[in-house]
Design a protein around this ligand. Structure first.
Ligand code: G6P
Length: 608
């Protein structure tokens, strides 16, 4: 998975490309490159490592003149991260340059054919095949060459292409990899994702599979895979440019943690009308809801974790059966689906390959699908029968925080709607839930105000080797997320267990000083959770507990307690996650790692 950008306009292209790439670095950051038409030829620069290496090499783009260009930030799939493998890739005469996000599945076969026709390859990438294939088909008409290439290559791709013989034009095509086109005042842009263009425009086109975009400084045209002109409508994006900048914070993750109160307010203002959940926002009637026999949640990573929380909530609040599946497992295990079930796909990016495949699989089986997605116009948002957008705004840090919170909120609101339709949630219950949800933003701010204390504590644990998180019920669900947050950015080994499960093996790993995070927000389960804390304490563990104000008995057993304000039992995850996100953040900061770009990870995983 990688990020692509392109710009044609009045300004110098290279700085615009670097700026766009900086917004896409979450998609990959092992190398980067740019190609610009400098007035005579296509000039290009590539650099191994973070984008800043490319910026330094080109003096923030200044050394690359020209007002048209394409850029790329890479997350290696075919060929190790290296300068030679980084994009752009060019034909031998360096008159065609290509940047690519996706995988050309039949590249080996095409490569052999091209080699037999005399082409030679410099890199180990699948993308170089596209550059040579374009060269092979190009007879003066770029569109013709591109459509021929599209008919030959298999796999997924978003491509940005420039031709030296057409120095005022950018071509871009898409199949199964995200691509947008932005219409700016001083020029037009292509990008893998909206944040890359927000500084220049909020007027964008979402390119569909098999479509080609043709951009000049002041015009944008679209064609189908056969080169026939098509009409497309642009959309105005609500996100503002500020949302994709760090806004004074050291890292995006820090900023996004602090944006969670806003995320919750925005979600409520979109879904609550006159003190009631507005069912219209879910594009389902109460009758539709009553016909659903089971909810099956399918997702990856943190989105899956919100699904685990949601299972407890839908089942507890609405008494509707829920199954939770990892998207990568779902379609390969030949699942037994009920024609009346609802498959709920959760995804921040809307582009995760496994989640997307799960959605298609469910649709093929004739099952109704609902997607909870943050990115409007993303593949999952476009393919699902029902789309419920989350209101987190652009999330840039690889480790999700505010999108996670937005997904939780969406589940709460959906659960209330289902509960009402099924006669399990009364009007009084609904009013009580809404009142509790409305308090969440302020309560999160209270937790955030305590961050120095969490930082002081986190600083003591930068050298920890293993951290275990335990909890029961929704506290187990949040333990999964707390553990993932910590390990993905700090590289500290961490696991999460249902607290009662620990003694079936893992407790043998607890020794003097092992750090255990115990989440115990559920009043009814508190005595059981306290017993579990005592179990690990007596094996030498150092226990940090996250609990609700008032549960003072936890202080008697835990070594360090982080309190969250009181809320409804179903909504505690929205509060308990905050100190745990901050803990992961500060441990990582203390270790001196790049919080926003953890090694080996990418924000949106578009390969299976
Ligand atoms: C990656 C990200 C996670 C995310 C997961 C699913 O692993 O690093 O933060 O939860 O993908 O992504 P999605 O975009 O589908 O929510």
């Amino acid at each position: 998975m990688c990020g692509i950008v392109g710009y044609v306009g009045k300004s110098q292209a290279a700085p615009v490309l670097l700026d766009g790439l900086a917004k896409l670095e979450y998609r990959g950051y092992d190398s980067a490159g740019m190609a610009v038409y400098d007035g005579n030829k296509i000039a290009f620069e590539k650099a191994l490592g973070r984008l800043k290496v490319l910026s330094e090499k080109t003096h923030d783009g200044e050394t690359m003149p020209g007002t048209i260009g394409i850029g790329h930030t890479r997350w290696a799939t075919h060929g190790e991260p290296s300068e030679i493998n980084s994009h752009p890739h060019l034909n031998e005469s360096e008159t065609i340059a290509v940047v690519h996000n996706g995988i050309i599945e039949n590249y080996a076969k095409l490569k052999d054919k091209l080699i037999s026709r005399g082409y030679s390859f410099k890199s180990q990438t699948d993308t170089e095949v596209v550059a040579h294939l374009l060269d092979y088909y190009y007879k003066g008409d770029p569109l013709e060459a591109i459509t021929k290439v599209m008919h030959r290559v298999e796999g997924s791709y978003a491509l940005g292409i420039i031709f030296a013989e057409h120095p005022d034009e950018i071509f871009a095509v898409r199949k199964d990899s995200p691509l947008i086109v932005g219409r700016g005042k001083d020029g037009n842009l292509i990008a893998s994702d909206v944040p890359a263009v927000l500084k220049y425009t909020r007027n964008v086109y979402f390119i569909d599979n098999g479509e080609i975009a043709h951009l000049t400084e002041d015009a944008i045209d679209f064609f189908d895979v056969d080169g026939q002109p098509i009409e497309k409508e642009s959309k105005t994006i609500e996100w503002d440019a500020e949302a994709a900048s760090k806004g004074g914070y050291e890292y995006f993750m820090e900023k996004e943690i602090h944006e969670q109160p806003k995320t919750i307010r925005d979600t409520l203002s979109h879904h609550v009308k006159d003190g009631k959940v507005n069912i219209e926002g879910f594009n389902m009637s109460e009758d539709d809801m009553r016909q659903i026999s089971r909810i099956r949640i399918v997702a990856c990573g943190s989105a899956y974790h919100t699904g685990v929380t949601a299972k407890y909530i839908y089942e507890g609040m609405c008494r509707i059966p829920v199954e939770c599946d990892l998207a990568s497992e779902f379609r390969y295990r030949n699942p037994i689906l009920d024609p009346n079930e609802l498959v709920v796909i959760i995804s921040q990016s809307g582009e995760t390959a496994d989640s997307k495949a799960a959605l298609i699989y469910a649709k093929e089986q004739g099952i109704r699908t609902l997607a909870i997605v943050n990115v409007e116009g993303s593949s999952i948002a476009r393919d699902a029968d029902i789309v419920v957008l989350t209101y987190a705004g652009p999330e840039i840090a690889v480790a999700t925080t505010k999108a996670y919170s937005a997904q939780l909120m969406t589940h709460y609101l959906l659960a209330i709607s289902f509960g009402k339709a099924l006669g399990k949630v009364s009007e009084e219950d609904e009013a009580k839930y809404i009142q509790s949800m409305r308090k969440l933003p302020e309560q999160i701010e209270m937790v955030l105000n305590n961050k120095e204390r969490i930082q002081r504590f986190a600083n003591r644990y930068v050298t920890a080797h293993d951290v275990y998180f335990i909890g029961r019920g929704v506290d187990y669900a949040i333990s999964l997320e707390a553990s993932l947050k910590l390990k993905e950015i700090s590289y500290i080994h961490s696991e999460a267990y249902a607290a009662g499960e620990l003694k079936h093996g893992t407790i043998s790993l607890i020794e003097e000083g092992t750090l255990v995070g115990a989440v115990c927000t559920q009043k009814e389960l508190l005595p059981k959770s306290i017993s579990n804390i005592v179990e690990v304490k007596s094996r030498g563990a150092f226990v940090i507990a996250v609990t609700t104000v008032g549960n003072t008995e936890v202080e008697e057993v835990a070594d360090y307690v982080m309190y969250i304000p009181e809320t409804d039992q179903y909504f505690t995850n929205s509060l308990a996650i905050i100190p745990l996100q901050l803990f992961a953040y500060y441990v990582t900061l203390g270790k001196g790692f790049d919080v926003d770009k953890p090694r080996n990870l990418a924000k949106s995983v578009t390969v299976e």
